[in-house]
Design a protein around this ligand. Sequence first.
Ligand code: ATP
Length: 370
Amino acid sequence: MGIPRERVLEWLAAYDPDEITIGVVASHSSLQILHGARQEGFKTLGIAVGDNRRRLYSAFPGAQPDEWLMLEDYRELLTQAEWLRQRNVIIIPHGSLVEYLGAENFRNLELPSFGNRDILKWESNRESQRQWLELGGCTMPAVVNDPHDIDGPVIVKYAGAKGGRGYFIARDYRDFRRNVNLEEEFTIQEYVIGCRYYMHFFFDPIASDGYQVRGIGNNTGKKLGRLELLSMDRRDESNVDEFYKLGSLRDLREMNLEPSFVVTGNQPVVIRESLLPKAFELAEGTVAASYELEDEAFGMIGPFCLEAIVTDQLEFKVFEISARIVAGSNPFVGGSPYSDLNEYRMSTGRRIARSIRNSLNKGCLDELIS
Ligand code: ATP
């Protein structure tokens, strides 16, 4: 379903450009989103369930919203859209908003939303995600269709699992049988050995300078907009990151322990400089491909993250894309070794607000909103 484009345009036409308010669910990456919106001169609104969440923000005055919308349950947001529109609110989607509301409810939320919410249907399904990334030139880890064919390390991923919860590693069919929950839908992927890089890019379709992405297919050669690398992180994953301290996988199994991949935090990283051209090539292809996924597609807009493993052959295997701001950009509220080379102290949150500000100045806010 989703919201027809004409309705979004009607809402935006009724907005007062001098009173735009940046709204966000108070979780995930909201501190930097609120802080960045404030730096760009916007009013801010936080959305939360429970006074504890609201109280927390008093610990971070630089990110305290000007106003709060307190709810009993996040799904109540669906009934508050008109109230929010009266306040000229543009909502900035992040992983928690989509998770709390449900992807389908988010797509039908009657509120102007930053970026292209239709891209979510390509992102949230592993098969369509693969189609998109491969069209963009990314190499992904191989898929094992029949568990009997497992003949080396694989990672088993459940559909809809968030933050790697429940994933496990298997070396052969026996391992697989021992750990799998057959009640759930799963994918078996080659376990790629190498170092992980979560690369935070930003695509600005209204900027005509900088590193310009050119279209492919129907849009061949067309200038689509400007690509930036804002920052890079590596996730802390409990307990796989610390497991090695207890011995080999065999030792661990004797203790009835299995590694898990639950995200607990993020660390800043940079990639070897000679790998940057390849990183840009993959991101550029991913953006260009997003404009080819559907007829008349309104493709990738704003922040996205390519999650890749670089092998000892210096090859990138992209195992996932997040088509929105990721929490891995949180270490960079004060800038990063990459964004500082464009503009000092530019976080992803602030970059979102900056693009909204630029579009207001150029009179083309609708190009960034769905
Ligand atoms: P999120 O939606 O929070 O990004 P997810 O549930 O979709 O997470 P993935 O990001 O696909 O999960 O994987 C979780 C973790 O598992 C990764 O951060 C990485 O450490 C590990 N991982 C995933 N795929 C592979 C792979 N093919 N080879 C090696 N490790 C992998």
